[in-house]
Design a protein around this ligand. Structure first.
Ligand SMILES: *Cc1c(COP(=O)(O)O)cnc(C)c1O
Length: 359
């Protein structure tokens, strides 16, 4: 039974525009037709513009986790350095292990950003030929210094930089070519503002060359198999065609708003929530590395986050997120991403103040 809609301020899945939902109901087309190839090539054009890249953007019918797996299966020949300061980063380390890919984790406390110097020291050992980094750690609301880390990794020509940008892409500018990234992936149910089921993944020429050397032991997640179809504006297996229609429309909305304005809107929403969090609570990660797409708030008032959410849903039709894993009751998270606006955020914060009797 479908109850009335609860507005989502959780870090994925997020609110989807009705027009985009409607686009998913477009009558299906056969994926081996000129019509499909036209849709695919239109998407390529838009995605390249959106990611500031001349290189390849692959579309996987999978959530992000599958493509995290693809990245390590295709891009590591020697050994992978997994940078870990949160639950999703740890997941990537576990994925790398599960795939039987040699790896080592560099773990720092979860409220601290990864420092470029720490990465440099590890890479100087010459042991590694790939690094995984979660740009925006959704479990802690921490944004790692991507540009600075990329600069360090680029000083080691044989090391590939694989980036999980799941809760960043679409909310924060990512200049794939200029940064010199090798893999940059994001499922579309976060900042893109689409339902879950599709992952966008930019791959560099270097990454594709590496895949040739690695001969990845996977078919569905093989970059080279994907590339061969990609060059014909197709996918090897049947893709989630409803998502392709929806993404095509959503990218039009991105350009209509203007990419710079879209990113500025995310910054504005982040600042509003950060100021509110500092006034009434505190922010979990260290200052200077607060996420621009979600805020992880320290529950230093000892409120029941579960109860807060229940009241918020019942009385205001909105939902925020509890903390992730070990941080479940110690923190709570407010997502400010996708197509949400500062007005939506003010509405949410006011509701929270009412429930909690803050003023
Ligand atoms: C949500 C998320 C994932 C996993 O996405 P799934 O859709 O559950 O596969 C990975 N990394 C980050 C940073 C995320 O926020």
């Amino acid at each position: 039974m479908r109850k009335s809609h609860v507005k989502l301020f959780v870090p994925g899945p997020i609110e989807v525009r009705p027009e985009v939902l409607q686009a998913m109901a477009t009558p299906q087309i056969y994926h081996r037709t000129p019509e499909f190839r036209e849709l695919y090539s239109e998407l390529q054009m838009k995605l390249k513009k959106f990611l500031y890249t001349e290189q390849t953007v692959l579309l996987f019918t999978s959530s992000s986790t599958g493509v995290m797996e693809a990245a390590v299966l295709n891009c590591v020949k020697k050994k992978c350095l997994n940078l870990v300061n949160g639950a999703f980063a740890r997941r990537w380390h576990e994925i790398t292990q599960a795939c039987g890919v040699p790896c080592e984790a560099l773990e720092v406390p979860w409220d601290k950003a990864i420092r470029p110097a720490q990465v440099e020291a590890k890479l100087k050992t010459g042991e590694f030929d790939a690094v995984t980094l979660v740009f925006n750690e959704t479990s802690t609301g921490l944004m790692n210094p991507l540009a600075e880390i990329a600069e360090v990794v680029r000083r080691f020509p044989d090391v590939l930089l694989l980036v999980d940008a799941v809760t960043a892409m679409g909310g924060v500018k990512i200049e794939f070519d200029k940064l010199g990234l090798d893999v940059c992936l994001a499922g579309v149910q976060k900042c893109f503002g689409l339902p879950p089921g599709l992952t966008v993944c930019a791959v560099s020429e270097r990454a594709l060359k590496r895949a040739e050397m690695v001969k990845p032991k996977t078919y569905y997640f093989n970059f080279l198999v994907m590339l061969k179809s990609h060059q014909k504006n197709e996918t090897p297996a049947t893709p989630t065609i409803p998502h392709l229609f929806a993404l095509n429309l959503q990218l039009d909305y991105f350009f209509e708003e203007g990419l710079e304005r879209r990113f500025a809107r995310h910054e504005e929403m982040a600042k509003i929530v950060q100021a509110w969090a500092k006034k009434y609570f505190d922010i979990y990660p260290e200052e200077g590395h607060w996420s621009k797409t979600l805020t992880c708030i320290k529950n230093n008032r000892g409120i029941s986050v579960d109860e807060l959410n229940r009241t918020l849903i019942r009385e205001h039709g909105m939902r925020i997120s509890n903390g992730y894993g070990d941080l479940r009751e110690k923190t709570f998270r407010i997502a400010h991403m996708g197509d949400l606006t500062p007005a939506d955020i003010y509405g949410l914060l006011q509701a929270l103040e009412e429930i909690l009797g803050l003023s």
